[in-house]
Design a protein around this ligand. Structure first.
Ligand code: BG6
Length: 495
């Protein structure tokens, strides 16, 4: 269906997210002829910058970060006609009345109803102020036409998330609210549902009878870059586990849906979050491990410890690594552990989900043939490798019966050399089209906070005496190894 004419208001237009992610994504949608026939992007920020300089700055971002490479002059000249800038204070009503005038004028000039997308690409401290002012200045009067996009972090804990949800619900219907978790827009993440529910052979064994445990690793080599101010209020548990990793867990664990309707999928996901076993404060040390990096070596380069980073306290108690063991209390998953870990300044940058199956019930081969025996594993490679591997035993060619694990591999690069859209392209297009499937509903966000609160509270109340407890360039603290080793397993990153 044709996408209606759209005005995209970007609050925080001079910021990093707009520069690195949003503009390159919008530009690629434009190159792919996916933008609405009529669209206008209105950037708003408090930076004093001319329209020319604003456009130049965005072009540099596109040149650096766009998957299609440097912008070609003709394309860019056309694209930039859709880009305007308004300097404005997010806390000042005048900013919003100015915007309203602009949008009303566009609507009049185009002679058709215009969709309004309000994108909050700003620090969370501004969410409330912007949402309220968009509401009270009549920018979202027509509910059919207005949408608001909220970046993460959505809240700082369960209370603040609830508060923000209540506030948004006073101004918008849930169907107008797009809470971003950009992992859901990743091609390989969307493919989890295709893999599970568009194939007959995996789902029958996708349960506690065949699966031993599940591991989800999202490791990054980067540190906190220049985000010390934000990261000091967040930490790995809030920054990654609460959203990205728990969403991956939901996709692996959810029940099949009858259709692909947004709310049906979101219902099944929230069922998983609600079934996560709530741990008590006394159990936190058994189920969760935190870490903070000290100095070390990453890719041959010496890097600072977290406490030496800019805008970070010398005695910071913030976690840059978190590992948690979850159980899902339902019929499908009872007693199957889900181990999640994520950290900064890790040895590799890799996101991977490993599903380990149970051992065979009986080994009928001679002992010497089974030395390298491994349980079957299904590896969902999210990034940077994109693909799926299935590991199973095969006979080593030769006169003896010797076994070795081998892989069956689906690799995106081989099968789809043309490449995949960036997550933000998919998500922005969904917003224009009004599809909320890949966005977080209010109850999902709250359920995810809810299950983490005992850990967050316990960590907050007790400073960690041994920070920093892992060297940059490693896979996190020893305690994280112990967390999984006590159940007889190891963390795996297979590719
Ligand atoms: C963001 C986090 O949500 O995700 C960052 O705030 C993190 O700390 C980033 O680096 C990782 O995203 P990606 O797409 O690079 O894996």
């Amino acid at each position: 269906a044709k996408i209606p004419a759209t005005v995209i208001v970007i609050f925080g237009a001079a910021g990093d997210l707009t520069w690195r992610k949003l503009m390159p994504a919008l530009y690629n949608l434009y190159l792919g002829k996916r933008m609405p026939d009529r669209f206008m992007m209105l950037g708003v920020a408090h930076t004093d910058i001319s329209l020319d300089d604003f456009q130049r700055h965005l072009r540099e971002g596109i040149d650096q970060f766009s998957r299609s490479g440097k912008a070609k002059p003709d394309d860019w000249d056309d694209f930039k006609k859709h880009l305007s800038y308004q300097k404005g204070d997010f806390n000042d009503d005048a900013t919003y009345t100015g915007l309203k005038q602009q949008i009303d004028k566009i609507e009049k000039d185009w002679g058709e109803p215009v969709n309004r997308v309000y994108y909050m690409a700003v620090p969370p401290a501004f969410f409330e102020s912007i949402a309220v002012r968009v509401g009270k200045n009549g920018l979202c009067k027509n509910k059919q036409l207005a949408r608001i996009v909220v970046e993460k972090p959505f809240g700082h804990d369960i209370e603040s998330a609830r508060h923000l949800n209540n506030l948004l619900h006073e101004l918008f219907d849930e169907s107008q609210i797009y809470r971003i978790d950009h992992y859901l827009g990743k091609e390989t993440v969307q493919n989890i549902l295709a893999f599970r529910f568009a194939n007959a052979m995996f789902e029958p064994i996708w349960n506690r009878n065949y699966i031993d445990h599940v591991q989800i690793t999202v490791a990054e080599q980067i540190g906190i870059e220049n985000r010390g101010n934000y990261y000091e209020t967040a930490g790995a548990l809030r920054d990654m586990i609460q959203n990205h990793l728990l969403q991956l867990l939901c996709l692996v664990a959810m029940e099949p849906t009858a259709s692909f309707k947004a709310d049906e999928i979101r219902n099944k996901k929230v069922d998983v979050l609600n079934a996560l076993r709530k741990i008590t404060p006394e159990q936190v040390h058994e189920y969760a491990v935190r870490g903070q990096y000290g100095e070390g070596w990453v890719e041959g380069k010496h890097v600072k410890g977290y406490r030496q980073e800019q805008d970070v306290s010398k005695t910071s108690n913030v976690d840059t690594f978190a590992a948690v063991k979850f159980f899902i209390d339902n019929w499908r998953w009872q007693d199957v552990p889900f181990y999640l870990r994520s950290g900064k300044r890790m040895a590799e940058t890799i996101s991977v989900i490993t599903i380990q199956f149970k051992q065979v019930p009986h080994r009928s081969f001679p002992v010497e043939s089974t030395e390298n025996w491994q349980p079957n594993k299904l590896v969902l490679n999210i990034q940077p490798h994109m693909g799926i591997q299935l590991r199973f035993q095969a006979k080593i060619p030769g006169v003896k019966m010797l076994l070795n694990p081998v892989d069956m591999v689906f690799d995106y690069v081989d099968s789809y050399p043309a490449g995949s859209p960036e997550a933000y392209e998919t998500l922005l297009l969904d917003i224009f089209e009004g599809d909320t499937t890949l966005f977080m509903r209010s109850d999902q966000v709250e359920a995810a906070w809810n299950v983490l609160m005992p850990i967050l509270d316990t960590w907050q109340a007790n400073t960690s005496p041994n920070f920093p407890n892992y060297a940059a360039g490693t896979y996190g603290p020893e305690d994280a190894e112990a967390l999984i080793a006590k159940d007889g397993h190891n963390w795996m990153v297979i590719p």
